[in-house]
Ligand binder design. Structure first.
Ligand code: GDP
Length: 326
């Protein structure tokens, strides 16, 4: 039975990946951070077969222990401070966890693997936020990186450190440059989930308006369940490499609002939306749109869930949850 260790097990992607690997017959382990982590219960409920290890990306010895106790064939580094807006206010913590944390887990894997550094396959969650002030449209694996936030800068550090460990030590270390990916499990601070939850609450008469930032921003949004499949496929390749994972389509926040409100029968959504500079960012990324042709050609991967299906799935899930009183 192959064994996998996942950091970021409590997050959206960690949960989908754990489900996927369990379905494939893996023994799955997860690193969980902090005393009384409020998301532990969620992990234990959704994926009870995952074995949890206390650890933190900023604590090398805790990662060494998790590796010793799980003996994985594959390590997926999904742990990060992942909210761009927060990263300006907490730039140091973001750099420590999202950036230096990658060095820690790479070093732990290298030391644990001993004389055969490629014996443990490693996945790094790189991000489209690394393209920031985009130097090319659409963005591919070759596009020059120009991050626009402390989060993006930290992801660039982790990305190059992963490449560096692959080139320096012959590790089987791959990076997935994932564009935005959403689901009903997306954190409520991210715009798709913020909108799906508010639209469901407005439909049910539980709230009247939603306060938003920049409505002109555009993103290339895919479904997280599709994207974790790409992570797994990367680690099944004979050689490690970097891959862009995206849909190749972009939509604006206005389109997101139109689809979400439209799904519950509200066409004049503007009367429910107020803009507040508090939700604007010091800097925005430009037109993020991914060219995933390498993933399609090499991994045989393509997204299954389109934009409207994704947003309506999220609104339906929030409607069901609110009706159930969750
Ligand atoms: P990101 O791409 O990782 O930053 O994902 P987000 O979902 O946080 O933000 C996507 C885009 O939505 C950004 O360009 C934001 O400026 C824009 N946006 C507009 N209003 C909001 C809002 O109220 N909350 C969030 N999170 N983003 C918003």
């Amino acid at each position: 039975m192959p064994t996998a260790l996942i950091t970021g097990i409590t997050g959206q992607d960690g949960l989908y990946l754990a489900e996927l690997l369990l379905e494939k017959g893996y023994e799955v382990h997860g690193v969980i951070r902090g005393q009384n982590n409020p998301r532990r219960e969620l992990v234990e409920r959704l994926v009870p077969d995952v074995k949890l290890h206390n650890g933190d990306l900023t604590d090398l010895s805790s990662l060494m222990r998790a590796l010793r106790d799980s003996e994985p064939d594959e390590v997926y580094n999904l742990g990060a401070v992942s909210f761009v807006a927060y990263s300006w206010e907490n730039a140091f913590v973001t750099s420590d966890v999202t950036g230096l944390g990658v060095l820690n887990i790479l070093e732990a894997v290298r030391l644990h693997a001993g004389s055969d550094p490629a014996s443990i396959r490693f996945y790094q969650a790189s991000s489209s936020e690394m393209f920031g002030k985009v130097q090319q449209v659409p963005q591919s694996e070759e596009t020059l990186l120009w991050p626009r936030s402390p989060y993006g800068v930290s992801k660039v550090y982790g990305h190059y450190m992963t490449i560096n460990y692959r080139e320096s030590y012959g590790m089987h270390a791959s990076s997935g440059i994932l564009f935005n990916h959403e689901s009903p499990r997306r954190g409520e601070e991210f715009v798709t989930r913020k909108v799906s939850k508010a639209v469901a609450a407005i439909k049910l008469g539980m709230q009247d308006e939603i306060v938003m930032g920049n409505l002109d921003a555009r993103r290339d949004w895919g479904f997280a369940g599709d994207y974790v499949e790409a992570m797994w496929r990367m680690l099944q390749q004979p050689t490690a490499d970097d891959y862009v994972i995206s849909t190749g389509e972009t939509h604006s926040i206005e389109e997101l609002l139109t689809v979400a409100f439209g799904h519950v029968g509200i066409s004049d959504w503007r009367k429910h939306v107020r803009q507040d500079p508090a939700f604007m960012r010091p800097a925005e990324v430009d037109l993020l749109i991914g060219d995933a042709s390498k993933a399609r050609d090499v991994l045989g991967w393509k997204p299954q869930v389109g934009f409207e299906e994704l947003i309506t799935m999220m609104v339906d899930a929030d409607l069901a949850a609110l009706k159930a009183g969750w």
